[in-house]
Design a protein around this ligand. Structure first.
Ligand SMILES: NC(=O)c1ccc[n+]([C@@H]2O[C@H](COP(=O)([O-])OP(=O)(O)OC[C@H]3O[C@@H](n4cnc5c(N)ncnc54)[C@H](O)[C@@H]3O)[C@@H](O)[C@H]2O)c1
Length: 261
């Protein structure tokens, strides 16, 4: 259990059915928030929400494709009606499809940008408009990546989307500051989730490559990202806005390799 830092708040987490998003939702709930997991239709979202409820938390699942604005607005309508509105939005849904500058198709480019950047843009707009109309403060968090500022050539669309997300964080933070809405980002390095396992952890060479670029000598855990999310979402971070906090085991400062332990 936490210190009750989010009591009275409603937190909506996109891509909240598993991985980093679910870990963040659990930490929000431990701090007293009522949480909404918004994710694609299927079994895992309802099961994740049910597991939170079984642990005594206030949680629900909303089936939602974040690339469909009508889907997302309908989720917000239900949150307004059933929970009194959303105070905290975590734009976390993300995909990492592989292609480089020579091989990327327009379809792949659009798929990645639609989920990772465009959906976050319009979700931010939608939640901010409702907060302002209700004259309520709020917090919007964007799940970025070290790949917002570093590059993996065969993840070009992912790199672009996360770079854009960092600019969304800064721009929206300034625009929404007069409305008492903070906007912050989180930039994970390599975190042990399905996305990471599929994208980079599936072969030993890739794993050694990652670890040789990680001074702390290990991948991170979703809970280590959730700890940052709950800080940024809470009033402990009341003077932080426009900032992206990196949790990468030291990777961003490194211009060399370190021994693989
Ligand atoms: N895992 C890492 O190492 C890592 C590193 C840096 C950044 N990130 C970022 O963290 C976020 C979460 O990553 P993860 O590792 O937990 O991934 P994950 O694949 O385990 O989970 C992503 C979730 O997003 C959902 N999702 C995908 N498309 C969606 C859509 N159109 N609408 C609604 N939900 C959708 C998926 O169903 C899934 O539940 C992503 O934005 C990712 O880019 C992850």
């Amino acid at each position: 259990m936490g210190a009750g830092r989010l009591i009275g708040r409603v937190a909506l987490v996109t891509g909240g059915a598993q991985g980093i998003g679910l870990a963040c939702a659990r930490r929000f709930a431990q701090e007293g928030a009522r949480v909404v997991l918004a994710d694609l239709a299927g079994d895992k979202g309802p099961a994740a929400a049910a597991a939170l409820v079984a642990d005594g938390f206030d949680a629900r699942f909303e089936a939602c494709d974040v690339t469909r604005r009508d889907d997302f607005e309908a989720v917000l309508d239900r949150c307004d009606a059933g929970l009194g509105g959303v105070d905290i939005l975590l734009n976390n849904a993300g995909i990492a499809l592989q292609a480089d500058i020579l091989t990327a198709t327009e379809v792949l480019y659009d798929q990645v940008m639609d989920v990772n950047l465009k959906a976050a843009f319009f979700a931010t707009q939608a939640v901010a408009r409702r907060l302002i109309a209700a004259n309520r403060p709020g917090v919007i968090l964007n799940m970025s990546s070290v790949n917002a500022v570093m590059n993996i050539p065969h993840l070009i669309a992912y790199n672009l989307s996360k770079g854009g997300l960092n600019q969304l964080t800064k721009n929206a933070a300034i625009a929404l500051a007069p409305h008492n809405i903070r906007v912050c980002g989180i930039g994970p390095g390599t975190i042990m989730t399905d996305l990471a396992r599929n994208a980079v952890m599936s072969n030993p060479d890739a794993l050694n490559g990652i670890l040789s670029r990680t001074p702390l000598g290990r991948a991170g855990e979703p809970e280590e990202i959730a700890a940052i999310a709950v800080f940024l979402a809470s009033d402990d971070a009341s003077y932080v806005t426009g900032e992206t906090v990196y949790a990468d085991g030291g990777r961003l400062g490194l211009n060399y390799t370190v021994p693989v332990r």
